[in-house]
Design a protein around this ligand. Structure first.
Ligand code: GLC
Length: 537
């Protein structure tokens, strides 16, 4: 088994007058071969300032799991407010707030029933305004998770659409389906939902099927209806008016599907993919359709309108797990500042230096000229990096994340090197996990990386004073928590993360060039260089 290991040794701080320099980072890939971080660099010519989203770490807060302020076992907005010092401590200057909208929580907020209101479980609009004001008063930014593809089936638009109210009739994707010989109606095609089985759901009341690319409680909006585009644009405007600094745009791949609903998607014969599963099809009609471009471009215009008004840049990042790198790069051209780069998310412990290099080069060599790279190692949909790679690789992965060129995004808890928790089937909350049943839920359940943050060694690790939290608290919380890591004499993932994110503020890391250096099966190393005044560490 290969392992990535990074050891930073002899960090000597100082300044040098000149000299061609670089930063080289060597990640040894054998556990017994600690490697060295050598850092020397220089900078000279002043360049135009970078925008805040280029210089900041983006820190993803999953509201249910960050901090509970009212003892109901679920995190909330006042809880987040009370923990902003943590963001400052790790030098994360931009907070990405995962959904806090009114929602029946079938997909934990990714199923909003009102996208311009706050769910009571998280607090009130006043709490939201207070959180945003606090974030801004610390000189930080806040971006929201925006969910364009679907709403909850409890959204008033869907309720009206289902009832056939003229104005809302075409807000969602409806079809009669096909008539069989025995007079029953069947779906018009073989499209599958991301969570498995048909993407079509029959509604007695309307005598039609509606499309849902995710849960059946998440009906797909119909972006071929200009009224829908207008409504969603107005929702963005609503939050921009409240002062948010941008959006993470959820699941953009599925916003459009072919207008011809008679088209079946071909089987892709992927090993292990069963016929009921989303993975069994080639999503040529339901994913990554060209019309998406126009809608995101429109939202770019909207964001720029606000930028021009007050000089505060409004940032857009898209979420799309693409089949090919070309598809991923396409989103740079839609007006998004960057599409999330998930290449590092998919590394695992069999990956050696060559494999790390391929993942990084994949993005760097395919990215359109003039665009800005970015890196993600975890989020609320994927296993924690410490579980995937092994705890001994946490520092190495955070080093890559924070010192490669571009914007890093950190999911809450990754700065502590948290591992997944074990969740029994009975305690399983994630609808994806539940669909797979007691035998297989653990293959797909997204609960394990969603467990509460570990703040200290008190009850529920300081997350909540409830007897039972919505997901179990990690069993190691008494020794493994933020406070303990801060106080420790030795190197801890949290302290290391903080040092790296401070180091990342140096000009060379912000705007220096990048090239891989020594790369083989066991080592991955790279250089960051910038001309000018020199700093060396
Ligand atoms: C995105 C979210 C995921 C959610 C899905 C449907 O992929 O990250 O959590 O289930 O969209 O909204």
């Amino acid at each position: 088994m290969k392992r990535i290991y990074v050891q930073m040794s002899s960090f000597v701080k100082g300044r040098k007058a000149a000299g061609p320099v670089g930063i080289s980072i060597i990640l040894g890939l054998l556990s017994f071969m600690p490697r060295l971080l050598i850092v020397t660099f220089l900078s000279k010519t002043p360049e135009p300032p970078l925008e805040w989203w280029q210089t900041s770490v983006i820190y993803q807060v999953y509201p249910r799991s960050f901090q509970d302020s009212n003892g109901d076992g679920v995190g909330d907005l006042q809880g987040i407010r009370s923990r902003l010092d943590h963001l400052e401590y790790i030098n994360a200057r931009a907070l990405w707030l995962s959904p806090m909208y009114e929602s029946p929580m079938r997909d934990f907020g990714y199923d909003p029933s009102n996208i311009t209101n706050i769910d009571p479980i998280f607090g009130t609009m006043e709490d939201f305004d207070e959180l945003l004001a606090d974030v801004h008063s610390r000189g930080m930014k806040m971006i929201l998770d925006f969910i364009p593809n679907h709403t909850s089936d409890l959204h008033k638009w869907f309720q009206a659409s289902k009832a056939g109210v003229e104005e809302y009739k075409d807000y969602y994707v409806w079809t009669d389906g096909n008539l069989t010989a025995n007079g029953t109606r069947v779906p018009p095609n073989n499209w599958k939902s991301f969570f498995g089985d048909s993407a079509w759901e029959w509604v007695e009341e309307r005598q039609q099927f509606y499309l849902h690319q995710f849960l059946k409680e998440q009906p797909d909006l119909n972006y071929r209806n200009p009224k829908v585009v207008e409504e969603m644009t107005n929702a963005l405007r609503f939050w921009l008016e409240r002062g948010v600094d941008g959006f993470r745009i959820d699941a953009v791949l599925t916003m459009f599907e072919s207008a011809d609903l008679s088209l079946n998607e071909p089987l892709n014969n992927r090993p292990g993919a069963e016929l009921w599963q989303y993975e069994s099809l080639e999503h040529i009609y339901t994913s990554h359709q060209p019309e998406t471009y126009e809608v995101i471009a429109k939202w770019r215009h909207l964001a720029d309108e606000y930028y021009q008004k007050d000089g505060n840049y409004r940032f857009l990042v898209t979420e799309a797990y693409c089949e090919t790198i070309q598809q991923a790069m396409y989103y740079y051209h839609t007006g998004a500042d960057m599409p999330f780069n998930f290449d590092l998310v998919f590394l695992n412990r069999t990956c050696g230096g060559d494999c790390v290099d391929r993942a990084i080069s994949n993005w760097m060599t395919n990215m359109p000229i003039g665009k800005w790279p970015n890196w993600v190692i975890g989020n609320h949909d994927n296993k924690r990096i410490a579980t995937k790679m092994g705890t001994e690789f946490v520092n190495a992965m955070n080093t890559l994340l924070l010192l490669l060129p571009g914007t890093p995004t950190t999911y809450n808890g990754e700065e502590l090197g948290l591992t997944n928790i074990e969740v029994s089937y009975e305690d399983t909350q994630d609808p994806f996990g539940k669909r797979f049943g007691p035998e297989r839920y653990h293959e797909v359940s997204r609960d394990p990386p969603r467990s509460p943050m570990l703040w200290d060694s008190t009850h529920s690790s300081g997350f909540s004073n409830a007897t039972k939290t919505w997901l179990p608290v990690h069993p190691d919380y008494e020794i493994f928590n933020a406070e303990a890591q801060k106080k420790s004499e030795g190197v801890t993932p949290l302290k290391m993360y903080r040092d790296l994110s401070l180091l990342r503020q140096e000009a060379t890391f912000q705007r220096g060039t990048f090239r891989p250096l020594l790369v083989d099966e066991n080592i991955y190393s790279f250089v960051r260089e910038l001309e000018g005044e020199s700093l060396y560490y």
